[in-house]
Design a protein around this ligand. Structure first.
Ligand code: GLA
Length: 670
């Protein structure tokens, strides 16, 4: 025929490539692209050079990563590929776990014979032999984070990314590629989670000849990195999880790994204190008396930690000034942080503090002194977000300054907890410290600087519990969890909205890392009024706290809250460290439900939440999961076998009410 002699099966455009390059006739998306100093664009022909297998998992300098707890947990394959003409080579690292179906991978690009500019920073790349998949990701916005989106893989390009300077509330750096028949408990799922907090990109390319390429890494948008001779560029780590039993098993694998091999520090395995935060109680309008009144009530109710939120420093009585001036406002707090923390301590609670280190207000002494420390494009108007500018975290002098300032703040009182906020998208990404040809490095350098500052502070204050925050969950990614073992789940504290947000977050992130607060009604974000029982039972299914003026509670409300706190103290170790099983998906149903089972399957907690009631509805049963079929369990003082609970289930309330909820505590019969 006219096509005789061509066997397309052996074309580079069809064959699976481990590290695809542009220019050698693989026309699909390349893993790495660079150009020479004179602007010349070259092809790059990466060929296998060598490989070795080592015990353990090497650290990734300067970047957050999965680590080994004991030797023998991981084995690492390192493959070196190289291009003889340019001299550029790449080391590809693959670490496999001995106990979990995961592979962690990253790469090191080593410079060649001359300096080059990386324009596409060496993405992890995987070729599937067909594209018969759907994919799921966590989409959203501020106060609407991590909503589950699922779509069929279509021919051509699709994917997710952030250009916002942080991983963002809009897209989380996570994607699950699923067989079309896969669901919560069945089917093949490949989960991908990038351990990175900056601009990322995950793309899917379903190609003409039926193959499908997945890639994940630093977003090439606005990226151009000069790699001088003798230098290396290290890519963020991609965690790949395989499950043949649906999304549920994928999530449990991520949870186990992130709880024990990503989160660090003394809080990693401890249940988290129940806190009261004054943000929604007072916003900027507080003084010491007001705070102490809230704390008195909190302490009576059994709350363990008080968190002083925004507004304690400089002249910050609204969000228009003082970021950068990290000095206590003694008009509000005459005894400074030390005086306040001592009073809180006397009430039997620990003291915590809100900070936003990476930001700078135009109206601040710091900006007046160092205008060049803010990101800005010379000759152009600067853009504010929430009335603030962004510090150039890629600068060593900025990181050194912030390390000193926050070492002083954190050491100035008995501070047990820090909420580390970051409240805007990053624009104007130019640095006064870099020449024009290196401005494409600013966004990645920013996040490396953030990691450096976080590392400095978490290692100087190993006993402090750090919580990441970014206008809620705007930077809730595995990168931050390496430094801070928990994250504020969302600025949306409405119980119904939280069903979606926490259900989505649980796809990847363990509940010990997701913070949820009970707040006032009507809710400050959506105006909805829900019962206290629902609000607390939603918060109880993660790391519970409170965020409203407790000094205004009625006696009945106080009683209810003290009972909820007792209940949470009973169950929190199962909630935080048990295995998650999702039972009802709120995105597809009028209710939501999930449960946690202790590792030895002797205890479980089941949460069930109704959104709006359906009158005279069907009789519904909730089939549990993850229990031991053969064990006998006690639920509501009755005995059931695990088999019955999982196959027949528990009856749900016959007459549904709006916002009804239940939390069942289940224990094996002794
Ligand atoms: C962000 C946080 C809130 C609160 C405010 C303070 O929005 O997510 O919880 O701390 O900042 O300004």
């Amino acid at each position: 025929s006219a096509y005789e002699g061509k066997d397309y099966k052996y074309s580079l455009d069809v064959l699976p490539q481990e590290y695809p390059m542009f220019g050698a006739q693989d026309m699909r998306s390349p893993a790495l692209e660079f150009e020479y100093e004179d602007g010349r664009y070259d092809m790059c022909n990466m060929r296998y050079k060598s490989h070795k297998i080592i015990q353990g998992k090497p650290d990734i300098e300067g970047l957050p990563h999965i680590y080994e707890n004991s030797s023998g947990e991981f084995t690492t394959l390192i493959i070196t590929v190289g291009d003889d003409i340019s001299g550029v080579s790449v080391e590809l690292y693959y670490s496999i776990s001995e106990t979990m179906p995961i592979i962690c991978r990253h790469s090191r690009v080593l410079s060649g014979k001359t300096a080059v500019y990386l324009t596409n920073a060496a993405r992890a790349s995987i070729d599937f032999s067909d594209s018969d998949f759907k994919y799921m990701h966590l989409h959203g916005a501020w106060i609407r984070e991590k909503h589950i989106e699922t779509a069929e893989v279509k021919k051509g390009f699709q994917g997710i990314e952030s250009r916002r300077g942080a991983s963002s509330p809009n897209e989380n750096p996570f994607m699950a590629i699923m067989r079309k028949d896969a669901g919560e408990d069945f089917g093949e799922v490949y989960g991908f989670s990038l351990v990175y907090s900056g601009n990322f990109k995950m793309l899917l390319e379903a190609e003409t000849y039926g193959t499908m390429r997945f890639q994940a890494g630093v977003n090439p948008h606005n990226f151009k990195w000069k790699l001088n001779k003798g230098e290396q560029f290290i890519t963020p780590e991609l965690v790949m999880v395989y499950s043949e039993n649906g999304l549920g098993e994928m999530s449990r694998t991520f949870h186990r790994l992130y709880r024990r091999n990503l989160c660090r520090g003394i809080w990693r395995d401890k249940v988290r204190p129940i806190l009261i935060n004054n943000w929604e109680a007072t916003y900027f309008d507080f003084n010491e008396d007001k705070l102490i009144n809230i704390c008195k009530k909190a302490s009576e109710l059994g709350i363990e930690l008080f968190v002083l939120d925004d507004g304690w420093f400089g002249k910050r009585n609204n969000d228009k000034s003082s970021l950068g001036d990290w000095f206590v406002n003694t008009d509000k707090l005459p005894g400074s942080l030390k005086g306040l923390s001592e009073k809180v301590d006397k009430l039997g609670m620990s003291f915590g503090l809100w900070v936003e280190p990476e930001m700078i207000s135009e109206d601040s002494d710091l900006f007046r002194k160092h205008p060049d420390w803010a990101l800005r494009i010379q000759g152009r108007e600067m853009h504010e977000g929430r009335n603030q500018y962004v510090l150039d975290m890629g600068r060593d002098d900025v990181v050194a300054y912030l390390t000193d300032v926050f070492t002083a703040v954190l050491g100035s009182a008995d501070i047990k907890y820090i909420k580390w906020d970051m409240n805007r998208n990053i624009s104007d990404a130019n640095s006064a410290a870099l020449p024009p040809n290196r401005q494409g490095e600013v966004m990645h350098r920013y996040i490396l600087g953030v990691y450096k500052l976080m590392e400095n502070l978490v290692s100087t204050f190993p006993n402090i519990l750090f919580e990441g925050c970014s206008g809620g969950a705007g930077r809730n990614d595995p990168g931050i969890l390496y430094y801070m073992p928990q994250n504020w789940g969302s600025d949306n504290t409405d119980a119904v909205e939280r069903m979606y947000i926490q259900y989505g977050a649980g796809m990847v992130y363990p509940s010990s890392t997701i913070c949820a607060h009970v707040s006032d009604v009507p809710n400050h974000q959506v105006g909805r009024t829900t019962p206290m029982k629902l609000r607390s039972e939603v918060a109880m299914s993660a790391v519970m706290g409170y965020e409203f003026d407790l000094s205004k509670l009625t006696d009945d409300e106080c009683y209810d809250i003290s009972e909820q706190i007792k209940q949470y103290k009973r169950i929190r170790s199962i909630v935080c460290f048990g295995d998650l099983y999702r039972l009802i998906n709120p995105f597809e149903n009028r209710s939501a439900s999930w449960m946690y089972v202790s590792e030895d399957k002797t205890k479980a907690v089941v949460f069930y939440y109704n959104k709006l009631a359906k009158p005279n509805s069907e009789i519904r049963r909730l089939k549990l999961k993850g229990l031991d079929e053969g064990k006998t369990y006690i639920v509501d003082n009755k005995e059931y076998t695990g088999r019955t609970l999982m196959n027949f289930g528990l009856y749900l309330p016959e007459y549904e009410k709006d916002f009804e909820s239940r939390a069942w505590e289940i224990e094996e019969k002794k």
